[in-house]
Design a protein around this ligand. Structure first.
Ligand code: MTE
Ligand code: MO
Length: 230
């Protein structure tokens, strides 16, 4: 895994010290991974490819509910609410101003495909958490999407430095079919936890199942533990 500052922008000046800290942390993680001869996509020193997964190299499969909402960036909005001090609705410009970072991570789908080295640009979820100021009792997050999709994630998983809300892939705006203009990206959990066409983030004081979780998928979804169902 690998993190670098995006092209500097005047409006992002205030974010620089935070980015520097994240860069240092990310570099030390990458070095530890390398020392063990593991893939650098693995923050916890485990094998890079989780059990039961196959590497997809040329094609990034598309999975959705049969609808791909058409939300142009200039009419996109994201509502942040629930168990937090500072609920807010952000438009795309306000979202970007929180501060964009570049991060390369792997992506693992429960249907057994994995992709390596996806270059993302997005806003760290940790920055959104900082902005929203969740209540002390907040334990989980529900991601809400424009297609009606939802998925629940424990708050500590969202607070990890590699959890982003991404708007770019390989230097281009994230394609509609992959959840553009903005999707969640939680690389250390199965891909169904990475909500496409993101429209809301709800802080919760307990866990609640989302779309697939109601249908038997795991409440957390760690690919290295094969938390697929149940
Ligand atoms: N809004 C929304 N997000 C979603 C889904 C969906 O149907 N709707 N599918 C999930 C599933 S099951 C997977 S595997 C990934 C797939 O992302 P991709 O289509 O970009 O590969 O998105 C996840 N996020
Ligand atoms: Mo999936």
């Amino acid at each position: 895994m690998f993190l670098k500052s995006p092209t500097p922008r005047a409006t992002l000046g205030a974010m620089e010290p935070i980015n520097e800290r994240m860069i240092a942390a990310k570099q030390s993680i990458a070095e530890k991974g390398k020392a063990k001869g593991k893939g650098i996509g693995d923050a916890d020193g485990r094998d890079r490819l989780p059990p039961g997964q196959k590497l997809v190299t040329d094609d990034w499969p598309v999975l959705d509910l049969g609808i791909q909402p058409n939300v142009p960036a200039d009419s996109w909005q994201m509502k942040i609410w629930g168990a937090c001090e500072s609920p807010v609705v952000l438009n795309f410009k306000q979202f970007e101003k929180i501060g964009l970072v570049d991060l390369v991570t792997d992506f693992h789908c429960v249907t057994t495909w994995s992709t390596y080295d996806n270059p993302w640009r997005g806003v760290p979820m940790a920055k959104v958490i900082e902005l929203a100021r969740p209540h002390v009792g907040a334990t989980h997050v529900m991601f809400h999407s424009y297609d009606g999709y939802t998925t629940n994630v424990p708050l500590p998983d969202c607070a990890r430095e590699d959890c982003l809300l991404v708007a770019h892939w390989r230097g281009r705006p994230l394609e509609r079919k992959h959840g553009g203009p903005v999707r969640g990206m939680i690389p250390h959990l199965y891909a169904w936890k990475s909500a496409k066409w993101l429209k809301g983030i709800e802080f919760m004081t307990g866990d609640k199942p989302g779309f697939w979780e109601v249908r038997g998928y795991h409440m957390r979804g760690d690919p290295w533990k094969e938390e697929r169902f149940g």
